[in-house]
Design a protein around this ligand. Structure first.
Ligand code: HEC
Length: 132
């Protein structure tokens, strides 16, 4: 998949949050299964799982201190807030006057894959989760 035309277009488009959204659309069109797998590896490679659990796929937060942990992801409203959250995880925007504790250091493509994966999970309730 590394040199596929879609990846090339994604790279050229990937500039800022709105481009991240455009890239996500392309990633989804290219095949959601591939996008999912890529997003999950970005999540663990970027060590997001230090502080965040992803219950839908059985990822547990590595830190046990509740003070350090972030919310379980996705939060249920994540897919409505992707633009803001991409800025938050790049420490370009604060939440309630605080920076997100970790800065995302990967590429724009990786960020797009990550949020594409999380928003897909957001759309599907976690197994065993009760419908609200
Ligand atoms: C050192 C611990 C830590 C790491 C590592 C970490 N986070 Fe967080 N994260 C938090 C905390 C604490 C919050 C809640 C406070 C905040 O929103 O800034 C949070 C909030 C978030 C939110 C907002 C949830 C919401 O809707 O309010 C998202 C999305 C998120 N993190 C994604 C990530 C991603 C993606 C990574 C990996 C690049 C990551 N986090 C790495 C601790 C962490």
């Amino acid at each position: 998949m590394a040199n596929s035309p879609t990846r090339f277009r994604v790279r050229r488009l990937a500039r800022g949050a709105s481009a991240v959204l455009a890239a996500m659309g392309l990633a989804l069109a290219a095949g959601s299964a591939q996008a999912s797998a890529a997003g999950q590896s970005v999540f663990t490679e970027q060590k997001c799982d230090t502080c965040h659990a992803v219950p839908a796929v059985g990822i547990e937060a590595k830190v046990k201190s509740a003070k350090m942990q972030g919310p379980d992801l996705p939060t249920g409203s994540l897919s409505q807030e992707i633009e803001r959250l991409t800025r938050v995880v790049q420490q370009e925007e604060q939440t309630n006057g605080k920076k997100h504790p970790k800065k995302f250091t990967g590429s724009d493509e990786e960020l797009a894959a990550l949020f594409s994966w999380l928003s897909q999970l957001d759309a599907e309730p976690a197994p065993g989760a009760s419908a609200e």
